[in-house]
Design a protein around this ligand. Structure first.
Ligand code: ADP
Ligand code: MG
Length: 390
């Protein structure tokens, strides 16, 4: 039971000859008691460094880390009441599963032998690894090793779990199963958890809240749906969501957004959201792009509709990802953008279609600093509150 707080936490690595790397730059956030927070971002953005500072495996250059009301910057890893699970599992190869699980408890507590034995047995049941207790890590599959690594963290009953890409080495199917199972176990144990991943799908599906990190800097902290629907900047908009949001750069010219390939008239409401900014990036998610295969009069008259050509159709079963190009473009040079439509809709490469980019589906960003000036309207999808697992 614990609230974990990071205040302006910074990590500089000094690799000599003035080669200073700011791996983590003034990160501040509070992870609530019992919360499952996912720290997500591209490779090299500082996720592991952040986690290792919380664990005490890395010193903090500036800022404070507190657990409840206790500042833990200088506390040794063993005395932090924090358990960490690594991508590499880091099991002791010469010890059995039982010994691996006992070891942490023996090191960190003064419990009697029979209490330790019972705790190990109970945790093994929870993790469904009772059958494996007398095997060594070499006799286990990757998935089983991962369960043991998690079991070894859980058995210690810590105040905080830290997990660094713990599912990365598992195949896709097992990863999906373990995602759900981990969420269930975390909700059952109600232990404050920081889970690191570079995979936005894991972040979206697992986190009570997600914290998006880029280049050592925190970009946004919010529920998965807040980050998805109301990104604070272009980075978050592009990082969260698969396929990624489409972006078009352009300029505002007399109440119209003018990009290289198309002109898009703006309502007064949208103009006032933009204010005086003139260089704008328009974003639209693939599922908000509408494809018309037949052009009736209404569509012809709609000035948010554009003639396009289908470049590639990527079927994924329940939906098709349609890669599109503007008909006016020199097609060998132009970039494609994506619309996601129902898998039942028959569309072929080379088809001429009319693409509608509805004003209620667009996001607008300041091209220079990436700040979101306006996000998609949420009135047609209701509330974006994510219920927490109970
Ligand atoms: P992530 O886990 O998000 O992939 P890391 O936290 O491992 O990223 O690394 C963040 C940045 O810090 C990277 O630029 C990395 O090269 C650098 N870095 C990490 N550890 C060290 C170190 N021990 N010495 C110097 N630079 C490091
Ligand atoms: Mg890492």
């Amino acid at each position: 039971m614990a609230t974990l707080t990071l205040t302006d936490v910074t990590k500089e690595f000094n690799s000599g000859q003035n080669n200073e790397v700011t791996a983590v730059d003034e990160v501040s956030m509070t992870i609530d008691d019992g919360e499952f927070l996912v720290l997500v971002g591209p490779s090299g953005c500082g996720k592991s460094t952040t986690l290792r500072m919380i664990a005490g495996l890395e010193t903090v250059t500036n800022g404070d880390i507190t657990l409840e009301d206790r500042r833990i910057n200088g506390v040794s890893p063993a005395n932090r009441d924090i358990a960490m699970v690594f991508q590499s599992y880091a099991l002791y190869p010469h010890m059995t599963v039982r010994e691996n699980m006992r070891f942490g408890l023996e090191e960190s507590t003064t419990l009697e032998d029979d209490v330790i034995a019972n705790t190990v047995t109970e945790t093994a049941t929870l993790m469904d690894i009772s059958e494996l207790l007398d095997r060594t890590p070499a006799e286990l599959s990757g998935g089983q090793q991962q369960r043991v690594a998690l079991g070894r963290a859980i058995v210690r009953d810590p105040a905080v779990f830290l997990m660094d890409e713990p599912l990365s080495n598992l195949d896709a199917k097992l990863r999906a199963t373990m995602r759900t199972e981990l969420q269930r176990i975390q909700a059952d144990l109600d232990v404050t958890t920081v889970y690191v991943t570079h995979d936005q799908t894991e972040a979206m599906t697992m986190g009570d809240r997600i914290a998006v990190l880029d280049d050592g800097t925190l970009q946004q902290v919010g529920t998965p749906l807040e980050c998805y629907h109301t990104p604070q900047n272009r980075f978050v908009a592009g990082f969260i969501g698969e396929p990624s949001m489409n972006f078009f750069n352009g300029k505002i010219k007399s109440r119209t957004f003018v990009a290289q390939q198309f002109s898009y008239p703006l309502s007064e409401k949208i103009q006032s959201a933009i204010g005086g900014t003139r260089e704008i990036t328009l974003g639209v998610r693939p599922e908000d792009v509408i494809l018309h295969q037949d052009a009736d009069d209404t569509i012809q008259a709609n000035n948010h509709c554009f003639d396009c050509v289908v470049d590639v159709v990527e079927p994924v079963g329940e939906s098709n990802h349609i890669y599109l190009q503007f008909a006016t473009d020199n097609r060998s040079q132009s970039e494609t953008f994506i619309a996601t439509v129902s898998g039942m809709q028959t569309i072929n490469s080379g088809d001429n279609v009319i693409v509608e980019i509805p004003p209620e589906g667009i996001h607008l960003f300041d091209t220079h600093n990436g700040t979101a000036l306006m996000n998609r309207s949420l009135t047609d999808i209701g509330s974006v509150e994510t219920p927490r697992l109970q």
